[in-house]
Design a protein around this ligand. Structure first.
Ligand code: ADP
Ligand code: MG
Length: 238
């Protein structure tokens, strides 16, 4: 079964058709990376899946449920943002548990889930600190942890590594990939970085101006680009 299905999806901002009509099926437990140049609609697409942006046409399914009119909190998804969007006045533990608290999850259950996620992400020693006392990589992990404690079916990542230096980026990339395999959830990951896409994805969606140019494995996209744009963008050998 598809984890996420988009059919004839349309998105406009005023007069501008940012996504003219998009069809896409993402499988259960698949790690899919949306890649494309700045402004091609990657974040918009992710925000549509998250329910943060309404669509102007078409159907969006998460699992077997049509979610066009389902609010974000009821979509069984969690999103990790580029700027982490942590609350500065709250400790790491409270940042991670806040979403669950809002849903009236029992306190001991919140504690259990936060401890487990913190262990997996190696941030257990920092649970009582405020975000400003953490490094960029640690903050990134807190943002991940906050998503993990919700046990979502689908994780959405919007360029979560772009604020990290090159060395750390490689490390966190490997960690996210390992987590994906451990958690067995569907991951949709947005980046403008071809190398990131090639190393992380089960399948890559190459986007240009809101239109899917190719959807395939890293090898397919790199070795058999569908067109000049894909070849150029992915740096395929000529
Ligand atoms: P990407 O994440 O691939 O860089 P975005 O999804 O952010 O691209 O943006 C796609 C297009 O939609 C861009 O042309 C951008 O300017 C436009 N856009 C995004 N959000 C808005 C908005 N809230 N209002 C108007 N235009 C927007
Ligand atoms: Mg973006």
């Amino acid at each position: 079964m598809a984890a996420i299905r988009m059919h004839g999806l349309v998105k406009r901002f005023g007069e501008v058709s940012v996504i003219p009509s998009l069809d896409l099926d993402i499988r259960d437990e698949e790690f899919v990376v949306f890649v494309g140049p700045s402004g091609c609609g990657k974040s918009t697409l992710l925000r549509i899946i998250a329910g943060l942006e309404p669509v102007d046409g078409g159907d969006l399914f998460i699992g077997d449920r049509r979610v066009n009119d389902v609010p974000p909190a009821q979509r069984d998804i969690a999103m990790v943002f580029q700027d982490y969007a942590l609350y500065p006045h709250m400790t790491v533990r409270d940042n991670m548990g806040f979403g669950l608290e809002m849903r009236n999850t029992p306190k001991d259950e919140i504690r259990r889930r936060v401890d487990r996620a913190a262990g997996m992400l190696r941030i257990a020693p920092y649970l009582d600190r405020k975000p400003k006392a953490l490094s960029g990589g640690q903050r990134q992990r807190v943002a991940m942890g906050r998503a993990m404690v919700r046990n979502p079916k689908v994780f959405l990542f919007d360029e979560p590594l772009s604020n990290l230096d090159a060395k750390l980026r490689g490390e966190v990339r490997t960690e996210i990939k390992a987590l994906a395999q451990q958690l067995r959830t569907t991951m949709v990951f947005v980046t403008h970085d071809q190398v990131e896409a090639m190393t992380m994805a089960d399948r890559i969606v190459v986007l240009r101006a809101g239109v899917v140019q190719q959807f395939g494995t890293p090898e397919e996209v790199y070795k058999s680009p569908a067109n000049q744009f894909v070849a150029g963008f992915m740096g395929s050998p000529t």
